[in-house]
Design a protein around this ligand. Structure first.
Ligand SMILES: Cc1cc2nc3c(=O)[nH]c(=O)nc-3n(C[C@H](O)[C@H](O)[C@H](O)COP(=O)(O)OP(=O)(O)OC[C@H]3O[C@@H](n4cnc5c(N)ncnc54)[C@H](O)[C@@H]3O)c2cc1C
Ligand SMILES: NC(=O)c1ccc[n+]([C@@H]2O[C@H](COP(=O)([O-])OP(=O)(O)OC[C@H]3O[C@@H](n4cnc5c(N)ncnc54)[C@H](OP(=O)(O)O)[C@@H]3O)[C@@H](O)[C@H]2O)c1
Length: 363
């Protein structure tokens, strides 16, 4: 299947329904990773494995109402509610807002100090800290950043799930500087979008840099811990469709990791059924099931010779998930594996990249 031209975008998102919202982690997990299914109309909006879906989130209505109760409104309550729900980032202050506070306090508060002091704070808690300053809704709106759409790696093949797109999303719930941070979009999808309510705004981001090999007989190695599993579920489903259609398809090898096997093995049943039905190879790394952390890159190194042989045989190597730590360490491990097997790692990996055989979707 090829893409039809994408007619939906940031300015003109596709309005649709959330069909399914399931927590993938079992009771007792420290994480909340969700599987979402969203309705699409195949002839209107479609995607290929490797693409991403942008979701336009809305702020928590209770936070919006509280914010509006603290400032002078310059438009009707209804218009301000819509504006602050859909357009303005109210969970994190921009530098411009701290500069506004500096100006309104005639320099009594310095923007640079405020940025540090209020790291982690949302606009409600910041404004409450300056009860002697009155803000108008236009001042807040004009000195805040826009509420941005969030990207998610698509976790389904449209051939396996016609008229639908699946996502795998970690709900952000953390604390910074004593402040509770509930990620806007992950919490919007997890708890504020009613099923089948037709008010979800999405659009597809085409990602030609993260594609299955054109030659289906090529083997693939996929490294996707945590939500990094998302595009690989799509890859595996797509290749299983080819297998069902009687095509000759190479082998699929997935490295998956998360905290604990009993609670955090995302899509376990499905993946294991593919192991028995289609020969999917799965290597897992559950980091918190033993005293010493075990990560996907440790498992890669244990399988050094086999990974090298697959690469020598033309395999494509893919990585998805955390950019800051995991993808860097996986890259180091890949270098080590190539070196261990007697090759110049820099040159070998440069060649993999140049021939589109080493692709990353990291965030
Ligand atoms: C190409 C791409 C693909 C992606 N695919 C996936 C995927 O498949 N699954 C997935 O779960 N995610 C994915 N992501 C990440 C996703 O886009 C979002 O970044 C993620 O869901 C968090 O969004 P949020 O709105 O819930 O959190 P946000 O509200 O954006 O918060 C995110 C982080 O910002 C910081 N923050 C927020 N508010 C403050 C504050 N007031 N002060 C200081 N720091 C603050 C915190 O560190 C917080 O964790 C992908 C990203 C990209 C770019
Ligand atoms: N603040 C950050 O630096 C950071 C980084 C990544 C993800 N996140 C956020 O965490 C949430 C959940 O993300 P996620 O579910 O996709 O998974 P994740 O947090 O990336 O965790 C998945 C697995 O990767 C392990 N891991 C941690 N460091 C690693 C490394 N250097 N190399 C390889 N594996 C490593 C984790 O182990 P342990 O947890 O046991 O160490 C866990 O077993 C998301 O909201 C994401 O945005 C934050």
């Amino acid at each position: 299947m090829a893409h039809t031209a994408q007619k939906y975008n940031k300015e003109n998102p596709f309005l649709t329904d959330l069909l399914v919202n399931i927590k993938l982690n079992k009771e007792g997990s420290q994480k909340d990773t969700r599987h979402f299914e969203i309705k699409l109309k195949e002839d209107e909006i479609n995607y290929l494995p490797g693409d991403a879906l942008y979701v336009c989130p809305e702020n928590d209505p209770n936070l919006v109402k509280e914010l509006l109760s603290l400032i002078t409104l310059e438009h009707s309550q209804e218009a301000e509610f819509t504006r602050f729900t859909k357009e303005i980032n109210i969970t994190r202050a921009s530098n411009k807002l701290f500069k506004l506070i500096e100006d309104k306090s005639s320099g009594a508060h310095k923007a640079a100090e405020l940025t540090e002091k209020f790291n982690g704070y949302n606009l409600v808690n910041i404004i409450k800290s300056f009860s002697d300053i009155q803000f108008t809704s236009n001042e807040i709106a004009e000195n805040s950043s826009k509420l941005q759409a969030r990207a998610y790696s698509i976790a389904s093949s449209m051939r396996a799930h016609p008229n639908q797109v699946d996502l795998c999303i970690a709900r952000v719930d953390e604390e910074i500087n004593g402040q509770k941070i509930l990620g806007v979009c992950s919490n919007y999808l997890s708890s504020r979008v009613d099923l089948n309510s037709t008010n979800l705004r999405v659009y597809v981001h085409v990602n030609e840099k993260f594609r299955l090999p054109a030659d289906k007989k090529t083997n693939i190695i996929m490294v996707g811990p945590g939500t990094g599993i998302a595009p690989f579920r799509a890859f595996i489903e797509e290749r299983n469709c080819d297998r069902d259609a009687g095509e000759q398809v190479g082998k699929d090898w997935l490295f998956f990791g998360d905290q604990r096997a009993a609670y955090d093995y995302l899509y376990q049943e499905e993946l294991e059924s593919y192991k028995s039905k289609y020969g999917l190879e799965i290597t897992t790394a559950f980091s918190r099931d033993q005293a010493e952390k075990v990560y996907v890159q440790n498992r890669m190194k244990e399988n050094s010779k086999q990974i090298f042989d697959w690469l020598e045989n033309g395999a494509h190597f893919y990585v998805c998930g955390d950019a800051r730590r995991m993808a860097k360490d996986v890259d180091l491990a890949l270098h080590e594996i190539i070196r261990e097997n007697g090759k110049d790692a820099e040159a070998y990996i440069k060649n993999l990249k140049e021939t589109n055989r080493y692709s990353r979707d990291v965030y």
